[in-house]
Ligand binder design. Sequence first.
Ligand SMILES: [Zn+2]
Ligand SMILES: [Zn+2]
Ligand SMILES: [Zn+2]
Ligand SMILES: [Zn+2]
Length: 468
Amino acid sequence: MKKKYLQKQSKFNEQLDINVGLGLPQEKYDENEQCQSCKLTLKQDDRYIPILISTFAKQNRYDTMPMELQNLLNAETLNLFNVSSCKHQFHFKCLANSFKTKLHQEYPSWLISNCPICQQSCNLLYPNSQLEVHFNLFIQELEAILIELNLDLQLSLKYEGREELILFDIFYQLLINILIQMIQQKVDFQRSGKVQIFQQFIRILKHHYKNINYKQNILKFKKGQIFILDIMMLIENQVMSVINKNDFEQEISKILLSLPKQNDDLVKILFTCFEIKFNDELFYGEQNEISSMCITDFYQTQKEISNQIAILLGKNFETFRHRYIKNLCKKCGFFATKQKQGQDIAVCLLCLKTLCLGSCKNYKIGNLSIHAEEEHNCHSVYVCLSSGNVVITSYPMSYVNCFSLFYNNLGQEINQLTYTNLDWDKYNLDMEKVEQISKIILYNQYQQIIRNALNDQNRNRQNVRRNL
Ligand SMILES: [Zn+2]
Ligand SMILES: [Zn+2]
Ligand SMILES: [Zn+2]
Ligand SMILES: [Zn+2]
């Protein structure tokens, strides 16, 4: 994986060089927008948004999506990716320069590259222009990302070597992820520039189709199940030119207008995403028959995850420790082998397996990184048995001592575990901290949190470790 990773990173560097030397043609100015870095005007053909494409942590303890949707996506293995972004746009050079000074072979690109303004972690420069040469470069980069995420083999198995279809799969997955985020985080959705990202994904997708021309649908959902999947199938049909622009717009409107009334705001955002003019009259006129299913129980999801975590951990530190201390380390098969030497055991909150913190023997890479990589698409969150402290891991980085989950009624954490202070039952599970964890799981925030810790000039920096 390391080798592949380096490959990808040198590609990332190459892209920086290619683009800088491209000698972009002059085009008309959009006077309203400026580069967030140099404050000069952004040209139509030179505007980039930093985005982060990552895998969604695989876990079976928590339902991060309504069951029906989860089942459908799992059946088609279509919920692998997560897209994060911010609204800031830059000249290519301005953004690339801000990375170049920091490029460091040892660290993954998501850790060292970020939006210079808001620190949003990123691993791709997303061209917000209409130039085909930019589309092609982006497509190349997306392929490289697959290698970085170690998904190239898995996807090429899925398509039995028909490599040309893999990119469509990724695009559709990214679009599905964006639509899900729209429902989950309505307020944040527009603020994080997702509408533009969505529109641009569709443009690039259409552009790519011109070169590939596949004949068979990749998305195989049954119509009329969940509206975002119906929309996705329409997108695919439009990409494949099965339906024309007019029919497409009509069909989309039909789906959107058939949603229950309380989804007004979602519907309006979606009209913008598809650049279809929103017609108030149509919308507030006769209520169409509700045919497409809308998902409302997303709102409940975070609460449910929190409750689930609270049940799994137990109400105080005594219960938590008692519950997991007897488990054997999944790697070495012993239990508490390291505790005598003052080292720690960690419980994976995504699957509840226990592991020695660090490596059991003299391996170079520790258990937490390996476990996250092998079982959870590279990310996980752990709780230590000696302190109730949380560790966030995104292969190969870990952020230790994020915060403690247990506090006594003076608000103190467990300082040091000795056998003379046995009042562990006085340290209660803090639900606010549990909610923080449920957010991390629901919104796949592992990388962003590690990044923020590394950026923190003071306390946190030394807590970010490699290969733990
Ligand atoms: Zn600039
Ligand atoms: Zn930003
Ligand atoms: Zn072990
Ligand atoms: Zn696990």
